[in-house]
Design a protein around this ligand. Structure first.
Ligand code: FES
Length: 150
């Protein structure tokens, strides 16, 4: 199966799509190349060895299909990993199941890597049990103009 076919397949059935209530961490990244944004939520658990590992992750994206496909794969791949293990994963690692990405799509995987690293390094971490703002909420301007997503 080609990379494009794998992306199409991942888009048809994206895994872990949507915000997560009660997440332990949330991270957001935006791409200066294309203006796309991606947010990732992470919930931790303690594993059988007493290590803090990623229990589950979810994402929202205003991004291209490649970013959505990589985020779908990445949120599955990081389950059971320690934060340190997940932090060591590059965009290339996270997109590896899709096969080699064309040069103009490499930043799409880096967008996912950025949101993951932002979540794991503790920036913008919500209070326990709190629901982080949705990506749409965070894009609402502070002034009088309101953007409505349909
Ligand atoms: Fe920008 Fe894919 S084109 S994230």
């Amino acid at each position: 199966m080609t990379t494009d076919e794998k992306i199409d397949e991942a888009i048809r059935n994206p895994q872990n799509l949507g915000e997560m209530t009660g997440a332990d961490a949330v991270g957001t990244a935006g791409s200066g190349d294309c203006g796309d944004m991606l947010r990732m939520w992470i919930k931790f658990r303690e594993d059988e060895k007493g290590r803090r590992v990623i229990d589950k992750a979810s994402f929202q994206s205003f991004g291209c299909q490649t970013a959505i496909a990589v985020a779908s794969m990445a949120t599955e791949m990081i389950k059971g990993k320690t934060p340190q293990e997940a932090l060591s994963m590059s965009g290339g690692d996270l997109s590896a199941p899709l096969g080699p990405l064309p040069p103009m799509k490499i930043h799409c995987a880096q967008l996912v890597e950025g949101a993951l690293k932002n979540a794991l390094t503790g920036e913008a971490t919500p209070a326990p049990g709190a629901s982080a703002p949705t990506l749409a909420d965070s894009l609402q301007p502070k002034g009088a103009v309101k953007i409505t997503f349909r």
